[in-house]
Design a protein around this ligand. Sequence first.
Ligand code: ATP
Length: 480
Amino acid sequence: MSYEKQITLKDIGGYKEEKEEAARIIDFLKNYEEYTKKGAYLPKGILLLGTPGIGKTLFATAIANESGVPLITLNAEGQNLVGENLFNSINEVFQKAKKNVPCVLMLDEIGNFLPKNMGMGGSDRSTDILNLLLTTIDGLSNSEGILIVATANNSYEIDDALTRPGRLEKSIHLSMPTSEERAEICKLYLNKSELFSEVDPKELALRMGRMTGAMVKKVINEALIYAISNKDKKIHAEDFTPFIYSTVMNGVKKNNNEKDLDALAVHELGHFLCDYCLNGEVGDVSIEQFSSTAGSYRRLKEEERAVSSWSTIYKNIAVSLGGIAATEAILGEKHNGGSDDMRKAIFSVVAAAQSGLLGFNCLPKMRGALGEQYPTSPNFHPMLNAVLTGAYKSAYNVVRENKAFVEAVIDKLKTKKVILSKEMESLVNEHKVKTNMEMAKIKFPKGNAPMIVDDVRGSVFFSGTPEEINEIEEMINDMD
Ligand code: ATP
Protein backbone atom coordinates (compact mmCIF):
# COMPACT_ATOMS: atom_id res chain seq x y z
CA MET A 1 0.00 0.00 0.00
CA SER A 2 1.36 3.43 -0.79
CA TYR A 3 0.71 6.17 1.72
CA GLU A 4 0.29 9.74 0.58
CA LYS A 5 2.74 11.18 3.08
CA GLN A 6 5.41 10.16 5.55
CA ILE A 7 3.33 8.36 8.14
CA THR A 8 4.80 8.32 11.65
CA LEU A 9 3.58 7.03 15.01
CA LYS A 10 1.97 10.45 15.60
CA ASP A 11 -0.47 9.65 12.78
CA ILE A 12 -1.79 6.67 14.72
CA GLY A 13 -4.62 7.46 17.11
CA GLY A 14 -4.84 5.39 20.33
CA TYR A 15 -2.84 2.18 20.84
CA LYS A 16 -0.49 3.73 23.40
CA GLU A 17 1.15 0.49 24.50
CA GLU A 18 1.50 -0.82 20.95
CA LYS A 19 3.09 2.49 19.92
CA GLU A 20 5.54 2.21 22.82
CA GLU A 21 6.44 -1.26 21.61
CA ALA A 22 6.89 0.10 18.08
CA ALA A 23 8.98 3.01 19.40
CA ARG A 24 11.43 0.52 20.98
CA ILE A 25 11.85 -1.25 17.64
CA ILE A 26 12.29 2.10 15.87
CA ASP A 27 14.97 3.12 18.34
CA PHE A 28 16.79 -0.16 17.68
CA LEU A 29 16.65 0.34 13.91
CA LYS A 30 17.78 3.96 14.23
CA ASN A 31 20.67 3.11 16.54
CA TYR A 32 21.35 -0.28 15.06
CA GLU A 33 25.10 -0.32 15.68
CA GLU A 34 24.89 0.79 19.29
CA TYR A 35 22.35 -1.89 20.17
CA THR A 36 24.25 -4.67 18.40
CA LYS A 37 27.58 -3.57 19.85
CA LYS A 38 26.07 -3.90 23.32
CA GLY A 39 25.00 -7.45 22.56
CA ALA A 40 21.32 -7.02 21.71
CA TYR A 41 19.93 -8.55 18.56
CA LEU A 42 17.09 -7.29 16.45
CA PRO A 43 14.18 -9.74 16.46
CA LYS A 44 14.00 -11.25 12.99
CA GLY A 45 10.37 -10.50 12.78
CA ILE A 46 7.16 -9.29 14.35
CA LEU A 47 3.62 -10.27 13.62
CA LEU A 48 0.91 -7.60 13.59
CA LEU A 49 -2.49 -9.13 14.18
CA GLY A 50 -5.91 -7.55 13.85
CA THR A 51 -9.08 -7.23 11.88
CA PRO A 52 -9.00 -5.49 8.43
CA GLY A 53 -8.70 -1.70 8.73
CA ILE A 54 -7.36 -1.79 12.29
CA GLY A 55 -4.06 -0.14 11.31
CA LYS A 56 -1.57 -2.97 10.74
CA THR A 57 -0.17 -1.45 7.53
CA LEU A 58 -0.15 1.93 9.24
CA PHE A 59 2.04 0.58 12.05
CA ALA A 60 4.41 -1.21 9.66
CA THR A 61 4.75 1.95 7.57
CA ALA A 62 5.31 4.15 10.63
CA ILE A 63 8.02 1.81 11.91
CA ALA A 64 9.87 1.95 8.59
CA ASN A 65 9.40 5.69 8.10
CA GLU A 66 10.44 6.72 11.61
CA SER A 67 13.45 4.45 11.55
CA GLY A 68 14.51 6.08 8.32
CA VAL A 69 14.96 2.67 6.68
CA PRO A 70 13.35 1.46 3.45
CA LEU A 71 10.03 -0.40 3.55
CA ILE A 72 9.90 -3.34 1.18
CA THR A 73 6.49 -4.95 0.82
CA LEU A 74 5.12 -8.23 -0.45
CA ASN A 75 1.35 -8.43 -0.68
CA ALA A 76 0.45 -11.74 -2.26
CA GLU A 77 -3.23 -10.92 -2.60
CA GLY A 78 -2.78 -7.32 -3.76
CA GLN A 79 -0.26 -8.39 -6.39
CA ASN A 80 -2.32 -11.45 -7.34
CA LEU A 81 0.50 -13.81 -6.57
CA VAL A 82 -0.10 -17.54 -6.48
CA GLY A 83 1.87 -20.73 -7.11
CA GLU A 84 5.25 -20.42 -8.80
CA ASN A 85 4.98 -16.62 -9.01
CA LEU A 86 4.52 -16.33 -5.27
CA PHE A 87 7.43 -18.67 -4.69
CA ASN A 88 9.67 -16.52 -6.90
CA SER A 89 8.39 -13.28 -5.41
CA ILE A 90 9.24 -14.39 -1.89
CA ASN A 91 12.79 -15.21 -2.98
CA GLU A 92 13.06 -11.88 -4.82
CA VAL A 93 11.70 -9.78 -1.97
CA PHE A 94 14.19 -11.30 0.50
CA GLN A 95 17.03 -10.68 -1.97
CA LYS A 96 15.89 -7.06 -2.33
CA ALA A 97 15.72 -6.69 1.45
CA LYS A 98 19.26 -8.07 1.83
CA LYS A 99 20.52 -5.40 -0.59
CA ASN A 100 18.83 -2.63 1.42
CA VAL A 101 19.76 -3.40 5.02
CA PRO A 102 18.78 -2.18 7.52
CA CYS A 103 15.20 -2.27 6.28
CA VAL A 104 11.66 -3.33 7.13
CA LEU A 105 10.33 -6.18 5.03
CA MET A 106 6.58 -6.28 5.20
CA LEU A 107 4.81 -9.56 4.41
CA ASP A 108 1.26 -8.24 4.14
CA GLU A 109 -1.68 -10.59 4.82
CA ILE A 110 0.68 -13.51 5.28
CA GLY A 111 -2.23 -15.81 6.15
CA ASN A 112 -3.38 -15.69 2.53
CA PHE A 113 -0.52 -17.80 1.33
CA LEU A 114 0.08 -20.13 4.24
CA PRO A 115 -1.46 -23.47 5.16
CA LYS A 116 -3.98 -23.01 7.95
CA ASN A 117 -2.77 -23.70 11.46
CA MET A 118 -5.78 -25.73 12.56
CA GLY A 119 -4.42 -29.22 12.62
CA MET A 120 -5.85 -29.76 9.16
CA GLY A 121 -2.81 -29.03 7.05
CA GLY A 122 -2.91 -27.15 3.78
CA SER A 123 -2.29 -27.73 0.11
CA ASP A 124 1.14 -28.98 -0.95
CA ARG A 125 1.78 -25.57 -2.47
CA SER A 126 1.03 -23.62 0.66
CA THR A 127 3.11 -26.07 2.71
CA ASP A 128 5.98 -25.44 0.27
CA ILE A 129 5.55 -21.69 0.78
CA LEU A 130 5.65 -22.12 4.54
CA ASN A 131 8.81 -24.23 4.28
CA LEU A 132 10.37 -21.63 1.99
CA LEU A 133 9.62 -18.89 4.51
CA LEU A 134 10.93 -20.92 7.44
CA THR A 135 14.20 -21.77 5.70
CA THR A 136 14.65 -18.22 4.38
CA ILE A 137 14.07 -16.71 7.82
CA ASP A 138 16.36 -19.27 9.43
CA GLY A 139 18.97 -18.40 6.81
CA LEU A 140 18.99 -14.77 7.91
CA SER A 141 21.38 -13.95 10.67
CA ASN A 142 20.25 -11.77 13.55
CA SER A 143 22.81 -9.18 12.58
CA GLU A 144 21.46 -9.00 9.04
CA GLY A 145 19.39 -5.87 9.79
CA ILE A 146 16.17 -7.01 8.18
CA LEU A 147 13.09 -6.62 10.35
CA ILE A 148 10.25 -8.70 8.95
CA VAL A 149 6.82 -7.27 9.76
CA ALA A 150 4.10 -9.75 8.87
CA THR A 151 0.43 -8.88 9.11
CA ALA A 152 -2.55 -11.19 9.50
CA ASN A 153 -6.17 -10.94 10.50
CA ASN A 154 -6.12 -13.87 12.92
CA SER A 155 -3.46 -15.81 14.76
CA TYR A 156 -4.98 -19.13 13.69
CA GLU A 157 -3.98 -18.29 10.10
CA ILE A 158 -0.35 -18.53 11.14
CA ASP A 159 1.53 -21.76 11.62
CA ASP A 160 3.11 -21.98 15.09
CA ALA A 161 6.46 -22.78 13.45
CA LEU A 162 6.58 -19.22 12.09
CA THR A 163 6.06 -17.52 15.42
CA ARG A 164 8.54 -19.43 17.53
CA PRO A 165 11.45 -17.44 19.03
CA GLY A 166 14.07 -16.79 16.39
CA ARG A 167 11.45 -16.24 13.67
CA LEU A 168 8.46 -13.87 13.96
CA GLU A 169 9.10 -13.88 17.67
CA LYS A 170 7.01 -10.92 18.73
CA SER A 171 3.28 -10.58 18.19
CA ILE A 172 1.47 -7.26 18.52
CA HIS A 173 -2.28 -7.70 18.64
CA LEU A 174 -4.23 -4.62 17.59
CA SER A 175 -7.66 -5.11 19.12
CA MET A 176 -10.72 -3.00 18.30
CA PRO A 177 -10.12 0.54 19.59
CA THR A 178 -11.75 1.41 22.90
CA SER A 179 -13.98 4.49 22.84
CA GLU A 180 -11.11 6.56 24.24
CA GLU A 181 -8.79 5.33 21.51
CA ARG A 182 -11.46 5.94 18.92
CA ALA A 183 -11.79 9.50 20.25
CA GLU A 184 -8.08 10.00 19.59
CA ILE A 185 -8.47 8.66 16.05
CA CYS A 186 -11.48 10.97 15.54
CA LYS A 187 -9.44 13.92 16.81
CA LEU A 188 -6.68 13.23 14.30
CA TYR A 189 -9.11 13.32 11.37
CA LEU A 190 -11.38 16.09 12.73
CA ASN A 191 -8.34 18.33 13.13
CA LYS A 192 -7.88 18.26 9.38
CA SER A 193 -10.73 20.73 8.82
CA GLU A 194 -12.11 23.88 10.45
CA LEU A 195 -15.57 22.70 9.39
CA PHE A 196 -15.40 20.18 12.26
CA SER A 197 -14.48 22.74 14.94
CA GLU A 198 -17.81 22.29 16.77
CA VAL A 199 -17.63 18.50 16.91
CA ASP A 200 -16.62 16.85 20.18
CA PRO A 201 -14.37 13.87 19.28
CA LYS A 202 -15.31 12.00 22.48
CA GLU A 203 -18.99 12.20 21.76
CA LEU A 204 -18.49 11.28 18.12
CA ALA A 205 -16.36 8.30 19.13
CA LEU A 206 -19.12 6.98 21.38
CA ARG A 207 -21.47 7.13 18.44
CA MET A 208 -19.03 5.09 16.37
CA GLY A 209 -19.06 2.00 18.59
CA ARG A 210 -17.26 -1.02 17.18
CA MET A 211 -15.61 0.83 14.31
CA THR A 212 -12.03 0.32 13.21
CA GLY A 213 -9.70 3.23 12.50
CA ALA A 214 -10.36 2.78 8.79
CA MET A 215 -14.13 3.07 9.32
CA VAL A 216 -13.71 6.18 11.48
CA LYS A 217 -11.57 7.77 8.78
CA LYS A 218 -14.18 6.92 6.12
CA VAL A 219 -17.11 8.38 8.13
CA ILE A 220 -15.26 11.64 8.82
CA ASN A 221 -14.20 11.92 5.19
CA GLU A 222 -17.80 11.40 4.02
CA ALA A 223 -18.96 14.11 6.42
CA LEU A 224 -16.28 16.44 5.08
CA ILE A 225 -17.32 15.81 1.46
CA TYR A 226 -20.93 16.53 2.50
CA ALA A 227 -19.84 19.75 4.24
CA ILE A 228 -17.79 20.98 1.28
CA SER A 229 -20.51 20.13 -1.23
CA ASN A 230 -22.96 22.14 0.91
CA LYS A 231 -21.01 25.39 0.55
CA ASP A 232 -18.62 24.65 3.40
CA LYS A 233 -21.36 23.99 5.92
CA LYS A 234 -20.19 23.63 9.55
CA ILE A 235 -20.66 20.06 10.69
CA HIS A 236 -22.52 19.08 13.89
CA ALA A 237 -22.91 15.77 15.73
CA GLU A 238 -26.17 14.80 14.04
CA ASP A 239 -24.73 15.40 10.54
CA PHE A 240 -22.61 12.27 11.00
CA THR A 241 -25.59 9.99 11.56
CA PRO A 242 -26.26 8.88 7.96
CA PHE A 243 -22.56 8.24 7.36
CA ILE A 244 -22.20 6.25 10.55
CA TYR A 245 -25.23 4.12 9.79
CA SER A 246 -24.37 3.60 6.15
CA THR A 247 -20.81 2.58 7.10
CA VAL A 248 -22.09 -0.03 9.51
CA MET A 249 -25.06 -1.04 7.44
CA ASN A 250 -24.12 -0.47 3.78
CA GLY A 251 -26.33 1.85 1.75
CA VAL A 252 -29.66 3.58 2.33
CA LYS A 253 -33.05 2.43 1.09
CA LYS A 254 -36.38 4.22 1.25
CA ASN A 255 -39.74 2.96 2.42
CA ASN A 256 -42.55 5.44 2.91
CA ASN A 257 -45.33 3.02 3.78
CA GLU A 258 -47.00 4.60 6.82
CA LYS A 259 -47.81 1.31 8.56
CA ASP A 260 -44.28 0.03 8.04
CA LEU A 261 -42.91 3.24 9.54
CA ASP A 262 -45.22 2.88 12.57
CA ALA A 263 -44.09 -0.69 13.11
CA LEU A 264 -40.46 0.29 12.67
CA ALA A 265 -40.69 3.18 15.12
CA VAL A 266 -42.41 1.00 17.72
CA HIS A 267 -39.82 -1.73 17.20
CA GLU A 268 -36.84 0.59 17.72
CA LEU A 269 -38.45 2.33 20.69
CA GLY A 270 -38.91 -1.14 22.17
CA HIS A 271 -35.15 -1.78 22.04
CA PHE A 272 -34.52 1.66 23.45
CA LEU A 273 -36.97 1.25 26.35
CA CYS A 274 -35.62 -2.15 27.34
CA ASP A 275 -32.05 -0.87 27.43
CA TYR A 276 -33.10 2.19 29.39
CA CYS A 277 -35.42 0.45 31.85
CA LEU A 278 -33.29 -2.66 32.45
CA ASN A 279 -29.74 -1.34 32.05
CA GLY A 280 -30.13 2.41 32.55
CA GLU A 281 -28.49 2.98 29.15
CA VAL A 282 -29.57 5.67 26.68
CA GLY A 283 -28.81 5.28 22.97
CA ASP A 284 -29.64 6.79 19.58
CA VAL A 285 -32.86 5.65 17.93
CA SER A 286 -33.22 5.65 14.18
CA ILE A 287 -35.81 4.54 11.65
CA GLU A 288 -33.49 5.47 8.80
CA GLN A 289 -33.49 2.38 6.60
CA PHE A 290 -30.43 0.76 5.12
CA SER A 291 -29.94 -2.11 2.74
CA SER A 292 -29.05 -4.58 5.44
CA THR A 293 -31.48 -3.41 8.09
CA ALA A 294 -34.52 -1.25 8.68
CA GLY A 295 -34.07 1.10 11.61
CA SER A 296 -31.72 0.72 14.49
CA TYR A 297 -31.07 1.32 18.14
CA ARG A 298 -27.45 2.05 19.07
CA ARG A 299 -26.30 2.28 22.63
CA LEU A 300 -24.05 5.27 23.11
CA LYS A 301 -22.00 4.02 26.00
CA GLU A 302 -20.54 0.86 24.60
CA GLU A 303 -19.70 -2.09 26.80
CA GLU A 304 -15.97 -2.50 26.70
CA ARG A 305 -15.60 -5.41 29.04
CA ALA A 306 -14.30 -8.67 27.67
CA VAL A 307 -16.45 -10.70 30.05
CA SER A 308 -20.08 -10.30 31.05
CA SER A 309 -22.05 -11.71 33.94
CA TRP A 310 -25.06 -13.87 33.23
CA SER A 311 -27.41 -11.20 34.64
CA THR A 312 -26.01 -8.68 32.11
CA ILE A 313 -26.35 -11.16 29.26
CA TYR A 314 -29.92 -12.00 30.30
CA LYS A 315 -30.89 -8.31 30.29
CA ASN A 316 -29.25 -7.78 26.91
CA ILE A 317 -31.22 -10.70 25.49
CA ALA A 318 -34.35 -8.82 26.61
CA VAL A 319 -33.02 -5.69 24.85
CA SER A 320 -32.56 -7.75 21.66
CA LEU A 321 -36.14 -9.03 21.92
CA GLY A 322 -37.45 -5.56 22.87
CA GLY A 323 -38.41 -4.73 19.28
CA ILE A 324 -40.50 -7.86 18.71
CA ALA A 325 -42.07 -7.52 22.16
CA ALA A 326 -42.94 -3.86 21.50
CA THR A 327 -44.94 -4.55 18.35
CA GLU A 328 -47.01 -7.05 20.31
CA ALA A 329 -47.33 -4.81 23.39
CA ILE A 330 -48.22 -1.63 21.46
CA LEU A 331 -49.73 -2.73 18.16
CA GLY A 332 -51.27 -5.94 19.49
CA GLU A 333 -49.66 -8.18 16.88
CA LYS A 334 -46.36 -9.89 16.22
CA HIS A 335 -44.43 -8.89 13.10
CA ASN A 336 -41.96 -10.81 11.00
CA GLY A 337 -39.33 -8.05 11.04
CA GLY A 338 -37.35 -9.31 14.01
CA SER A 339 -35.54 -12.38 12.72
CA ASP A 340 -32.10 -10.81 13.18
CA ASP A 341 -32.98 -9.88 16.75
CA MET A 342 -34.15 -13.40 17.47
CA ARG A 343 -30.97 -14.81 15.95
CA LYS A 344 -28.92 -12.46 18.11
CA ALA A 345 -30.82 -13.50 21.23
CA ILE A 346 -30.37 -17.20 20.47
CA PHE A 347 -26.70 -16.60 19.70
CA SER A 348 -26.25 -14.98 23.13
CA VAL A 349 -27.85 -17.97 24.88
CA VAL A 350 -25.74 -20.44 22.89
CA ALA A 351 -22.53 -18.47 23.60
CA ALA A 352 -23.37 -18.28 27.31
CA ALA A 353 -24.18 -21.99 27.38
CA GLN A 354 -20.96 -22.86 25.55
CA SER A 355 -18.92 -21.11 28.18
CA GLY A 356 -20.71 -23.06 30.88
CA LEU A 357 -22.71 -20.09 32.18
CA LEU A 358 -25.96 -22.03 32.08
CA GLY A 359 -24.44 -25.02 33.81
CA PHE A 360 -22.55 -28.05 32.70
CA ASN A 361 -25.71 -30.02 32.07
CA CYS A 362 -26.92 -27.42 29.55
CA LEU A 363 -24.08 -27.44 27.04
CA PRO A 364 -24.95 -26.98 23.36
CA LYS A 365 -23.28 -28.99 20.59
CA MET A 366 -19.61 -28.07 20.49
CA ARG A 367 -16.54 -28.90 18.50
CA GLY A 368 -13.37 -29.72 20.40
CA ALA A 369 -9.86 -28.54 19.59
CA LEU A 370 -9.21 -31.61 17.42
CA GLY A 371 -12.47 -31.27 15.53
CA GLU A 372 -14.38 -33.82 17.63
CA GLN A 373 -18.08 -33.17 18.22
CA TYR A 374 -19.75 -33.03 21.62
CA PRO A 375 -23.53 -33.55 21.48
CA THR A 376 -26.09 -31.13 22.88
CA SER A 377 -27.05 -31.86 26.50
CA PRO A 378 -30.72 -32.81 26.82
CA ASN A 379 -31.29 -29.81 29.10
CA PHE A 380 -30.02 -27.28 26.58
CA HIS A 381 -33.20 -26.81 24.54
CA PRO A 382 -35.53 -26.47 27.55
CA MET A 383 -33.05 -23.95 28.95
CA LEU A 384 -32.92 -22.00 25.68
CA ASN A 385 -36.67 -21.89 25.60
CA ALA A 386 -36.91 -20.83 29.24
CA VAL A 387 -34.36 -18.04 28.83
CA LEU A 388 -35.96 -16.65 25.66
CA THR A 389 -39.41 -16.80 27.22
CA GLY A 390 -38.21 -15.04 30.37
CA ALA A 391 -36.40 -12.35 28.39
CA TYR A 392 -39.37 -11.82 26.06
CA LYS A 393 -41.74 -11.53 29.02
CA SER A 394 -39.45 -8.94 30.63
CA ALA A 395 -39.24 -6.92 27.40
CA TYR A 396 -43.00 -7.08 26.94
CA ASN A 397 -43.59 -5.82 30.50
CA VAL A 398 -41.15 -2.96 30.06
CA VAL A 399 -42.88 -1.73 26.90
CA ARG A 400 -46.40 -2.26 28.21
CA GLU A 401 -45.58 -0.26 31.36
CA ASN A 402 -44.34 2.56 29.14
CA LYS A 403 -46.98 2.53 26.41
CA ALA A 404 -47.66 6.24 27.03
CA PHE A 405 -44.03 7.07 26.29
CA VAL A 406 -44.07 5.22 22.96
CA GLU A 407 -47.30 6.96 21.97
CA ALA A 408 -45.86 10.33 22.95
CA VAL A 409 -42.64 10.08 20.91
CA ILE A 410 -43.61 7.99 17.91
CA ASP A 411 -44.60 10.93 15.70
CA LYS A 412 -41.45 12.83 16.57
CA LEU A 413 -39.35 9.80 15.59
CA LYS A 414 -41.27 9.36 12.33
CA THR A 415 -40.69 13.00 11.45
CA LYS A 416 -37.06 13.30 12.50
CA LYS A 417 -36.05 9.74 11.49
CA VAL A 418 -33.20 9.89 14.03
CA ILE A 419 -33.32 11.00 17.66
CA LEU A 420 -29.90 11.22 19.26
CA SER A 421 -29.32 10.00 22.80
CA LYS A 422 -29.20 13.50 24.34
CA GLU A 423 -32.72 14.25 23.17
CA MET A 424 -33.90 10.74 24.14
CA GLU A 425 -32.58 11.42 27.62
CA SER A 426 -34.70 14.55 27.99
CA LEU A 427 -37.71 12.68 26.59
CA VAL A 428 -37.45 9.85 29.13
CA ASN A 429 -37.07 12.37 31.93
CA GLU A 430 -40.01 14.42 30.68
CA HIS A 431 -42.21 11.32 30.49
CA LYS A 432 -40.91 9.79 33.74
CA VAL A 433 -39.94 6.45 32.24
CA LYS A 434 -38.90 3.93 34.90
CA THR A 435 -35.33 2.65 35.24
CA ASN A 436 -34.05 -0.51 36.93
CA MET A 437 -37.05 -2.66 36.13
CA GLU A 438 -36.85 -6.31 37.14
CA MET A 439 -36.21 -9.19 34.79
CA ALA A 440 -38.76 -12.00 34.81
CA LYS A 441 -37.59 -15.14 36.63
CA ILE A 442 -36.49 -17.89 34.31
CA LYS A 443 -38.98 -20.75 34.60
CA PHE A 444 -37.14 -24.01 34.06
CA PRO A 445 -39.30 -26.88 32.88
CA LYS A 446 -40.06 -29.46 35.58
CA GLY A 447 -37.62 -32.34 35.68
CA ASN A 448 -34.83 -30.25 34.20
CA ALA A 449 -32.63 -28.82 36.85
CA PRO A 450 -29.92 -26.81 35.18
CA MET A 451 -27.09 -25.31 37.13
CA ILE A 452 -26.32 -21.65 36.68
CA VAL A 453 -22.83 -20.34 36.90
CA ASP A 454 -22.40 -16.63 37.23
CA ASP A 455 -18.90 -15.75 36.11
CA VAL A 456 -18.63 -12.33 37.69
CA ARG A 457 -19.15 -13.47 41.23
CA GLY A 458 -16.60 -16.19 40.67
CA SER A 459 -18.03 -19.65 40.89
CA VAL A 460 -21.58 -19.74 42.03
CA PHE A 461 -22.67 -23.19 40.97
CA PHE A 462 -25.99 -24.57 41.91
CA SER A 463 -28.43 -27.18 40.84
CA GLY A 464 -31.69 -28.48 42.17
CA THR A 465 -35.44 -28.40 41.67
CA PRO A 466 -36.93 -25.33 39.96
CA GLU A 467 -38.08 -24.10 43.39
CA GLU A 468 -34.61 -24.47 44.83
CA ILE A 469 -33.12 -22.73 41.85
CA ASN A 470 -35.56 -19.83 42.16
CA GLU A 471 -34.72 -19.52 45.81
CA ILE A 472 -30.99 -19.46 45.17
CA GLU A 473 -31.50 -17.07 42.27
CA GLU A 474 -33.33 -14.72 44.59
CA MET A 475 -30.43 -14.87 47.02
CA ILE A 476 -28.03 -14.02 44.20
CA ASN A 477 -30.24 -11.18 43.00
CA ASP A 478 -30.17 -9.78 46.54
CA MET A 479 -26.39 -9.74 46.39
CA ASP A 480 -26.41 -7.53 43.23
P1 ATP B 1 -5.98 -4.68 6.05
O1 ATP B 1 -5.89 -5.91 6.92
O2 ATP B 1 -7.28 -4.62 5.32
O3 ATP B 1 -4.79 -4.45 5.17
P2 ATP B 1 -4.93 -2.85 8.00
O4 ATP B 1 -5.14 -3.36 9.38
O5 ATP B 1 -3.59 -3.00 7.40
O6 ATP B 1 -6.04 -3.41 7.05
P3 ATP B 1 -4.53 -0.06 7.49
O7 ATP B 1 -4.35 -0.18 6.01
O8 ATP B 1 -3.33 0.14 8.31
O9 ATP B 1 -5.35 -1.31 8.02
O10 ATP B 1 -5.56 1.10 7.82
C1 ATP B 1 -6.58 1.47 6.93
C2 ATP B 1 -6.82 2.96 7.02
O11 ATP B 1 -7.35 3.30 8.31
C3 ATP B 1 -5.57 3.73 6.85
O12 ATP B 1 -5.84 4.74 5.91
C4 ATP B 1 -5.27 4.35 8.17
O13 ATP B 1 -4.85 5.64 7.97
C5 ATP B 1 -6.61 4.32 8.92
N1 ATP B 1 -6.41 3.93 10.33
C6 ATP B 1 -6.54 2.70 10.88
N2 ATP B 1 -6.25 2.71 12.19
C7 ATP B 1 -5.93 3.98 12.50
C8 ATP B 1 -5.51 4.64 13.70
N3 ATP B 1 -5.37 3.97 14.86
N4 ATP B 1 -5.23 5.95 13.64
C9 ATP B 1 -5.34 6.64 12.48
N5 ATP B 1 -5.74 6.09 11.32
C10 ATP B 1 -6.04 4.78 11.30
